[in-house]
Each structure stands twice: as C-alpha cells, then as structure tokens.
Ligand binder design. Sequence first.
Ligand SMILES: Nc1ncnc2c1ncn2[C@@H]1O[C@H](COP(=O)(O)OP(=O)(O)OP(=O)(O)O)[C@@H](O)[C@H]1O
Length: 260
Amino acid sequence: MQTKMLLQTRHLSLQFGGLKAVDDVSIDVPQGQIRGLIGPNGAGKTTLINSISGAIQCTSGEIVFDGVNIEKMAPHLISALGMSRSFQHVQIFGDRSVRDNVLIGMHRQLKIGLLAQLLGTPHARRLELEAKEKADILLRRFELLEDAERPASLLPYGMLKRLDLARALAAKPKLLLLDEPTSGMSEEEALTAIKMLKSIVREEGMTLLVIEHNMRVMMQLADFISVLHLGRVITQGTPEQVTQDPIAIEAYLGEEVADA
Ligand SMILES: Nc1ncnc2c1ncn2[C@@H]1O[C@H](COP(=O)(O)OP(=O)(O)OP(=O)(O)O)[C@@H](O)[C@H]1O
C-alpha cells in the first residue's frame, strides 16, 4: 500500500524584500512521520513553518495539506483542517489552571454550543466531563496530573514546556508544527519530554514537523530529517544518514556531531 503524503510543498519560496528566506523548497511528509528540520541560524526553518501554517503568505509555490491546496488560506482555516502549531515560547495562560490550559487546547475538538454550555444542559455537562477525563489522561502522560488544579504560572519551566506540548496535542491535530519544543530545557528534561511526546504521537498516528537545535534530541525524535541552508533543502535522510552526510556536516553539524 502506498503511503499517503499528508504535507507537500512544491517549489515553495518566501521572500522578505531582496532576501529569499525560503527558496524553492519541495518536501513530502508522509502521514505518521516525524520530520525534523535542522540548519544554521537564519536558514529559513521558522519561515518555512510560518508559511505552512499560513502565518506568512508564501511568495510562490504550492502547499498541499491532506489533499487541499492551502498556500492562500488564512491560518484559522488551515487550523480547522487539522494543523496545529506551537512556538518557541510557550503559549500558556498563566492564571488558568494546568488542566484548563489543556481544555483550551482541546476546544477545536469539542462540539459543544456556547448556549448549551451557558445553560449547563446535561449534554453539555457530559461533554465537559468527557473532555476533563481526556485532559487528565494527557496530563498523566506528561506527569502533570498532580498539578492539574494549580495555576500554570506556578509550574517550573521544564513542566511548563511539557504543558505546552500537552496543550498542542490536545487538539489532536493531523499535523503538528513544533518550533524548538525543548528550548531552554536541560538535556535530561528534554529527552524525557520528547519520549512522552513521541509515544503519544505514535499512538495517535500524528504527523510532526519539528525544528530542534539539540541533535541528541533530534536523533531520538525524528524519522527523517531535512537540512536547510540559506532557504534551501541541501540534503535529507534518516538521522543516521544525515549525521554521516558531508553536506550536512559542513553546513551545520560539524560541532554538534563531534560531541553527540
Ligand atoms: N519578518 C521578517 N522580515 C525580514 N526578514 C526576516 C523576517 N523573518 C525572518 N527573516 C530573515 O529570514 C531569514 C530566515 O530566518 P528564519 O527565522 O526563518 O531562520 P531559522 O532557520 O528559523 O533561524 P533560527 O534557527 O535562528 O531560528 C533570516 O535571514 C532572517 O533574518
């Protein structure tokens, strides 16, 4: 059986004035794959993700997500098709509880009318209860359940980043775009969080496109890695192939591989 491509970019370019931040990028991401994006600072990784999520419109080229051309679509419409995005800095409501943050992340999935919610109908109450149970399953997986009732702002940084991942997964997106999910974490915290993330992603059959600077984390996480340099994909392959690839080593990996 042929693997379905969930995301394809075709000759995608994005120009800021005279600068081609993304330059003729064509990638195919099969459903269920964890695709890593690496490259030196300024290579165009964040801009590529921004154009896929619709945050910035590409200058030319095509983006096909789950069979639909999305290159001209607004971000909220792309999100409604099942694509979510997390940012380098956590997107958490600090004054809301840890559980509420996951429930807020889940809202795309909740088919509950505002009026029903306000009136507190039995149907609405049942849906809310189910959502809470689902949120708690996620919180347990990220070892955050004991803190479910606490305001999120009280969590230490490593736990806050895990909460941000739980929040992003709560919507059960088909494709999740992650920009440096472990930035600022210690190596140990990062590897633990990645293990939790990966097991849920695999169970749910989700597809990920991840920017990550820590190569040890990337090696644990990705099935396949695309290497960007000056806006172009200069090489790609499995983590093992990429770490041996002279093109990747010269452009980016030199120092990282030496001490990985
Ligand atoms: N809004 C913008 N306006 C003008 N130039 C931009 C803008 N955003 C990014 N750039 C430029 O586009 C290029 C690619 O930047 P981008 O942030 O996508 O790289 P990156 O690979 O994500 O880098 P990093 O690893 O440092 O986050 C850089 O030269 C950057 O200065």
